[in-house]
Design a protein around this ligand. Structure first.
Ligand SMILES: Cc1cc2nc3c(=O)[nH]c(=O)nc-3n(C[C@H](O)[C@H](O)[C@H](O)COP(=O)(O)OP(=O)(O)OC[C@H]3O[C@@H](n4cnc5c(N)ncnc54)[C@H](O)[C@@H]3O)c2cc1C
Length: 405
């Protein structure tokens, strides 16, 4: 095995130019130590769905970082104070051009393609000459074949990760490198509303007063571009049977004809918002059906290949990492922030040229495991609260969901 050298222009392959691959590229680009190849199968960014970035991404202090009332204490329980201090300190080293974008996006819901396009433009506009873009879909075989002896590979290909089952020698398609929990099946109903509208738990309860089934439970926040326009995403829980009966593409008329209870519930909720605030829905209502999964890769680095002298595999020499949805995925508007944070941490590790590879592996695995614990606890808590909320008026159904000791 060749000794690790501090090659000033080491080759990094970032596979997947979604938000996480792009932010990682933008972070590595300014370090000057790496020549980056960014592989993306799409030639244009067209995903218009809105996502919300958490303000912990731009926290200036540990207190700001732990501000979320659902999991502030969990974060302090899982992470050491040194982890938290280092995390906050690393925010200070984010290049100013990128930090400005993050400040903007954390104001409110933002179209995914606006994030992708802005990051992509930022990379191009810097004109460092250190980023080469390759458009086209890679297979796992392509990816493994192109890796040079001392290259670094970062898989940012999202939830259907290209290399998740290749990153460790002990996993295969029969035994995936994945732990997954299906939290629920859901209809996700999204629209823009022309007024500022704040929806706390009382609001969620009273606006669902006549909705015995299919409660419409919204996340409401301003849009990043206009404080007066609210973005509303309601999650309606459905059964697995209902989920399977819904075609992959459908519209609100299909829903009205086939699941009238959902439409009724949504209509009642929206009528009450309008009555209260006198606003209007802007544009089309978007409805998708999705299983809400919570998962993580059991190995997020190739550290187990590294010890296998004599094995014929590129990852014996070339380190590989999973980042973003390739590594951890979660519902309830958390995943992209988690992906950005893991990209910041990984870029920070790669920026420390004197750090031995084994230590980089261990620190990344350790950090990602803590992130997993954090998001697992948070997501289970949200799901539990949702379940209780749905049966608040039915004492016996509520009691059935409680296990106290
Ligand atoms: C309906 C919906 C709403 C959501 N809302 C939110 C939200 O409000 N907040 C939030 O935090 N998250 C939300 N998410 C999740 C969020 O979109 C993801 O967490 C985020 O996009 C993950 O980023 P990523 O870069 O890791 O992966 P992706 O966005 O999946 O990007 C992966 C990239 O890799 C490319 N790629 C894949 N395979 C290959 C290959 N073989 N060769 C080359 N390129 C490849 C893809 O084209 C893609 O560009 C939502 C998701 C859905 C479905």
């Amino acid at each position: 095995m060749p000794p690790e050298t501090s090659n000033p222009k080491r080759q990094v392959h970032v596979i997947g130019g979604g938000p996480v691959g792009l932010i990682l590229t933008a972070l590595l680009q300014t370090m000057g130590d790496y020549s980056i190849r960014l592989y993306e199968k799409r030639s244009t960014y067209t995903r218009t769905r809105m996502v919300k970035l958490d303000t912990y991404l731009i926290a200036d202090s540990v207190e700001d970082y732990c501000i979320d009332y659902i999991d502030g204490e969990n974060v302090e329980a899982v992470f050491d104070r040194t982890d938290l201090d280092e995390g906050v300190a690393s925010r200070q080293s984010i290049p100013a051009d990128l930090r400005l974008l993050l400040l903007d996006w954390t104001l409110g819901f933002c179209p995914l393609n606006a994030i992708e396009q802005a990051l992509s433009d930022l990379i191009d506009s810097r004109g460092t000459g250190s980023v080469e873009r390759i458009v086209g879909e890679l297979t796992a075989e392509d990816a493994l074949a192109m890796v040079g002896l001392d290259d670094i590979v970062i898989d940012c290909t999202g939830s259907r990760s290209l290399l998740r089952d290749h990153i460790s020698p002990t996993f295969s398609s029969a035994q995936p490198n994945l732990f997954k929990v299906r939290l629920e099946y859901a209809l996700v109903i999204t629209f823009l509303y022309s007024q500022t509208y704040v929806c706390d738990e009382y609001c969620k309860y009273y606006k669902n007063a006549e909705n015995d089934h299919y409660k419409f439970i919204p996340a409401v926040h301003r849009t990043f571009y206009d404080q007066g326009v609210s973005h509303v995403t309601g999650i309606v829980n459905i059964t697995e049977e209902e989920f399977r009966a819904i075609p992959s593409r459908f519209d609100s008329q299909w829903l009205r004809d086939n699941l009238p209870g959902v439409t009724l519930s949504m209509d009642r909720f929206i009528e009450r918002i309008k009555h209260e605030t006198g606003g209007e829905i802007l544009g089309e209502t978007e409805i998708v059906r999705i299983p809400l999964d919570l998962y993580h890769a059991r190995n997020v680095t190739s550290r187990k290949w590294r010890g296998l002298d004599g094995a014929e595999h590129p990852f014996v020499n070339a380190p590989a990492f999973l980042a973003g949805d390739s590594a951890i995925g979660s519902p309830y508007f958390q995943s992209i922030s988690l992906g950005f944070e893991c990209a910041m941490f990984l870029a920070g590790l790669l920026g420390q040229q004197d750090l031995p590879l084994q230590e980089r592996f261990d620190r990344y695995e350790n950090f990602m495991y803590k992130q997993w614990l954090r998001v697992y606890m948070r997501s289970k808590m949200i799901k539990h609260n949702k379940d209780l909320f749905e049966t608040l008026d039915d004492t016996f159904a509520l009691l059935e969901k409680l296990h106290i000791y």
